[in-house]
Design a protein around this ligand. Structure first.
Ligand code: NAD
Ligand code: ZN
Ligand code: ZN
Length: 391
């Protein structure tokens, strides 16, 4: 089959790879009908995640048709022919973490748990297409994928909603929603969102849906800020405005009640984890001169407020402002999204027309053009906000 593979920093390639097969009783094989490129894939592209290997199949946002199931798959939950959206964390559904609905912390699905433990102190769940740190599972930017614990995570789509309305249940819609939910939004809240990428856009939509009074988008990419403005959100361009001062001005000098980091490593000092991880095989992009989004969010947030971090970090964050966090009674919440928790309620909201996930799609490309998709998404070229690939 054809699959989009990581071949080195800043280089992906569509290659011929072996078709996936059932390896464990509870696996399924899914024929992929739609898949997407995520900001998290850019961290791999950038070379920020040291545990990628040449030829690894990328992609953790995908959906399609079940074409084969293992003998242990619960037939009441999944059968050949079902149309499913697959959540990006692979979860067993039975361990202590899964029973607490902390699916991205599943204790049973990462065969390389030791590597994750070395980096993060404890293991994390397996993730499709996301390096050997999260299990080395082949991803879904491909014609087919093997899905472990297939009767736990994947959600069946039984209505006639098209792929584009449901695909983002695999990741970015639940992630944006969790970013807003972690803010515990109260009436009248002002919520500032760093990053107007697809995840940031859904965090904004979710903040409004959960009752925020004012939502503010912060970015330096004008068409992305315009996309946020078209939904009625206020915008700050950090390339020509001092963000903290602008936020204080908008909030009577106190700062936003809730701040969401939907940027992650793009703005971090990306060399920090190099020293932690001596098996690094690739170049890491030189230290960025952008303002650090998470630091700015913590310093801008009102005292007693909540900073919700959905942007992905791979190692230590330089100069984390622990003093502001501690002295101003801030609450910090974060996590890889526990996608399985949100799929059903968000599918209901999509069906009721309360949220339109298609609004972020700017490009639809055949799988063969995945490298071009990565290029425009990374470089914010051609008005690119979100790329959907069709295998
Ligand atoms: P993206 O790259 O399209 O968006 C990031 C945006 O941040 C860009 O528009 C960029 O211009 C902007 N930005 C960069 N530096 C900034 C700064 N200092 N201040 C304000 N904005 C800045 O990516 P995306 O797909 O929207 O994903 C965003 C983040 O969410 C990534 O870090 C991704 O890894 C992460 N993510 C997390 C989860 C999770 O489970 N927690 C899931 C999916 C994605
Ligand atoms: Zn993603
Ligand atoms: Zn589990």
């Amino acid at each position: 089959m054809k699959a989009n593979c990581w071949v080195g920093p800043n280089k992906v390639e569509v290659q011929d790879v072996p078709d996936p097969t059932i390896l464990n009783g509870r696996d399924a094989v899914v024929r992929i009908t739609s898949t997407a490129i995520c900001g998290s894939d850019l961290h791999l592209l950038d070379g920020y995640v040291p545990t990628m290997e040449k030829g690894d199949v990328l992609g953790h946002e995908f959906m399609g048709e079940v074409v084969e199931v293992g003998p242990g798959v619960d037939g009441s939950r999944l059968r050949v022919g079902d149309r499913v959206v697959v959540p990006f964390p692979i979860a067993c559904g039975a361990c202590l973490a899964c029973r607490a609905e902390l699916y991205s912390c599943c204790e049973n699905t990462n065969p390389n748990a030791g590597v994750a433990e070395k980096m993060f102190g404890h293991p994390v769940a397996g993730i499709f297409g996301y390096s050997h740190l999260t299990g080395g599972f082949a991803g879904g930017q491909a014609e087919y994928a093997r899905v472990p614990f297939a009767d736990v995570g994947p959600i069946r789509i039984e209505s006639d909603l098209d792929d584009e309305h449901v695909l983002f249940l695999s990741d970015i819609l639940p992630t944006g929603y969790m970013g807003a939910e972690m803010c515990d939004i109260q009436d009248g809240d002002v919520v500032a969102v760093w990053g107007a990428g697809p995840v940031g856009q859904f965090a904004m939509d979710s903040a409004r849906m959960l009752g925020a009074d004012t939502v503010i988008a912060i970015d330096d990419v004008s068409y992305r800020l315009e996309m946020a403005a078209s939904q009625g959100y206020r915008t700050i361009d950090y390339s020509d405005t001092d963000v903290r001062s602008a936020l204080l001005e908008l909030t009577g000098g106190r700062g936003p009640d809730k701040c969401i980091d939907a940027v992650g490593m793009e703005a971090s000092h990306g060399t920090a984890h190099v020293h932690l991880y001596d098996r690094l095989k690739q170049a890491v992009r030189s230290e960025s001169d952008r303002p650090h989004a998470l630091r700015q969010a913590i310093l801008s947030c009102r005292s007693g407020g909540i900073v919700s971090v959905i942007g992905v970090y791979g190692g230590l964050v330089d100069k984390f402002p622990a003093g502001a966090w501690m002295n101003r009674s801030l609450t910090l919440r974060t996590g890889q999204c526990h996608v399985q928790r949100y799929m059903r309620p968000l599918l209901d909201r999509i069906e009721r027309g309360e949220i339109d996930p298609t609004r972020v799609i700017t490009h639809r490309l055949p799988l063969a053009e995945a490298p071009h998709g990565y290029d425009i998404f990374k470089n914010k070229a051609d008005g690119c906000e979100k790329v959907v690939l069709k295998p």
